[in-house]
Design a protein around this ligand. Structure first.
Ligand code: NI
Length: 188
């Protein structure tokens, strides 16, 4: 089922999400819904808070970006109870966008290498390193679990320039080709 994507201004996007247990109700269906919603909105990642659930879970499928980076060929994963334990490497600036902030793309600086602990959809534990584009996609989605949006990480000048636009978006002044949920609960 395709779920509405929460838009900047929604409280859930600002909460620190919680770990879940193995007996979390209807987890498999929820993961399926996350993937379906992500594909429907042409995203390469989607975090649970973006569909109004404050739990530490996100999915990624960056395989469509294979042409830009061959290492992304099979980069389709589920991250449950994700915790980044190390960030290292160079700090690189790259343009990002977010389904929760339609129409905005800005340069964001991030480390090129991370170490992350998580469980997959079969509750297998992983402690892994990721680099390059994979590390970037993970860090963007991971930030959603901590209530952080990429527009929080832009330069002070860009932040000032964005202020009015972000306010407009939170009030519903934007166009998106996917189902959305505004901060006041309106679904469009
Ligand atoms: Ni995002």
């Amino acid at each position: 089922m395709v779920l509405p994507v929460s838009i900047i201004g929604a409280n859930v996007l600002r909460q620190v999400a919680k770990d879940i247990d193995k007996d979390y109700p209807k987890l498999k269906e929820f993961i399926d819904d996350l993937f379906e919603t992500m594909y429907d909105s042409d995203g390469v990642g989607l975090a649970a808070p973006q569909v109004n659930k404050s739990i530490r879970l996100f999915v990624v499928d960056a395989s469509p970006m294979e042409e830009e980076d061959p290492e992304l060929k099979d980069f389709k994963k589920v991250f449950i109870n994700a915790h980044i334990t190390e960030r290292s490497g160079d700090i690189i600036s790259m343009e990002e966008g977010c389904l929760s902030i339609p129409g905005i793309r800005e340069e964001v600086k991030r480390e090129t290498k991370i170490r992350i602990e998580y469980y997959d959809e079969n509750w297998e534990f992983h402690d892994e390193y990721f680099e390059g584009m994979a590390a970037r996609v993970i860090q963007h989605e991971y930030d959603h679990l901590d209530g952080i949006l990429f527009t929080d990480k832009v330069s002070p000048l860009t932040k000032r320039l964005l202020k009015g636009k972000l306010r407009d978006i939170s009030r519903g002044k934007f166009s998106a080709h996917y189902k959305v949920r505004l901060g006041d609960g309106r679904v469009a």
